[in-house]
Design a protein around this ligand. Structure first.
Ligand SMILES: C[S@@+](CC[C@H](N)C(=O)[O-])C[C@H]1O[C@@H](n2cnc3c(N)ncnc32)[C@H](O)[C@@H]1O
Length: 277
């Protein structure tokens, strides 16, 4: 007869030491998320800049080989393959092993340059050095003692984002396009889920309405509403051409806004004024 050696139960102290070792080992792996965390953003921006999603979408077949894709994009195939590996791992594009080809996924379709649900313009805005620089100044804001400490954008660029945008029309256009792509997703959902909000509203002013996309979408859902797209003069001067039922008005919301039955504000959280005590 053989006797099995009983397995020793770990003592509570040994268990704690084991957990600490595991946590220590995990920390050594996790820290790389913070060292190289920016790569997710950088590689997705690279995919948009190259137009990978658009090239697959316009391909006659639902999937495309690496050589077809690289010649369509004018890219080095081996570099493109590495980018695709990274993206496929995150379910941005699918690799079909049997045909060795690539196809779209719901996530990659959000990177199309155009399209109702495209989020590409938002990614392109948020990955600009202009928009990233304030994040890298976050500690200066948090460590400031006064409640009126300048926001990180001001610390990075010397002006608030709207003054900066007025002086930099290219950046202003990126903001308008990014906000319009958000509006194309959010506004139809709002119109479908809360139509009662718009009942009885004949005139509506969209305060900080950007290029007018929001009001155009609201007019589609509630065609009886007459809209005034109100934004800073440099924004309305390059907004979408006025369309039936939507006019533009330029001005400063802190000075006054055009009169209407209702005021609509979407994503106006960046619009504030620091009032000295
Ligand atoms: C974050 S964007 C939101 C745009 C739009 N409401 C949307 O959600 O798609 C904020 C908008 O407010 C505008 N804005 C900022 N300060 C303003 C002010 N003082 N008066 C009028 N518009 C202003 C900006 O030009 C910009 O178009």
């Amino acid at each position: 007869m053989t006797l099995e050696k009983p397995v020793a139960e770990p003592t509570p102290t040994a268990q704690v030491a084991g957990d600490e070792d595991d946590e220590e080992a995990k920390a050594g792996v996790d820290i790389w998320k913070y060292i190289l965390g920016f790569t997710e953003m950088a590689v997705v921006k690279c995919a948009i800049d190259l137009g990978i999603a658009d090239a697959i979408e316009s391909h006659p077949d639902p999937s495309i080989s690496l050589s077809q894709l690289s010649s369509k994009l004018g890219c080095c195939p081996s570099s493109l393959r590495r980018i695709l590996r990274f993206l496929v791992h995150r379910k941005i594009f699918r690799h079909l092993a049997d045909t060795n080809t690539y196809s779209q996924t719901p996530l990659s379709r959000l990177l199309l340059a155009r399209g109702e649900k495209s989020m590409a313009a938002l990614i392109l805005l948020e990955t600009t050095p202009v928009m990233l620089a304030p994040w890298l100044k976050l500690s200066s804001h948090v460590s400031a003692t006064a409640a009126t400490a300048p926001p990180p954008f001001m610390v990075a660029h010397g002006d608030d984002i709207w003054v900066y945008s007025e002086a930099n029309p290219g950046h202003s256009r990126l903001i308008d396009e990014a906000m319009a792509c958000d509006a194309r997703v959010a506004v139809p959902a709002l119109a479908e889920d809360c139509p009662e909000v718009f009942e009885g509203v004949l005139t509506m002013v969209d305060v900080g309405g950007g290029n007018g996309t929001t009001l155009r979408l609201l007019r589609k859902a509630f065609p009886w509403i007459r809209g005034i797209n109100f934004d800073l003069p440099h924004v309305v001067s390059v907004a979408l051409p006025p369309c039936e039922g939507v006019e533009h008005a330029g001005g400063d919301m802190f000075e006054g806004v055009p009169k209407a039955d209702a005021a609509f504000l979407k994503a106006a959280f960046y619009c504030y004024k620091i009032v000295p005590r």
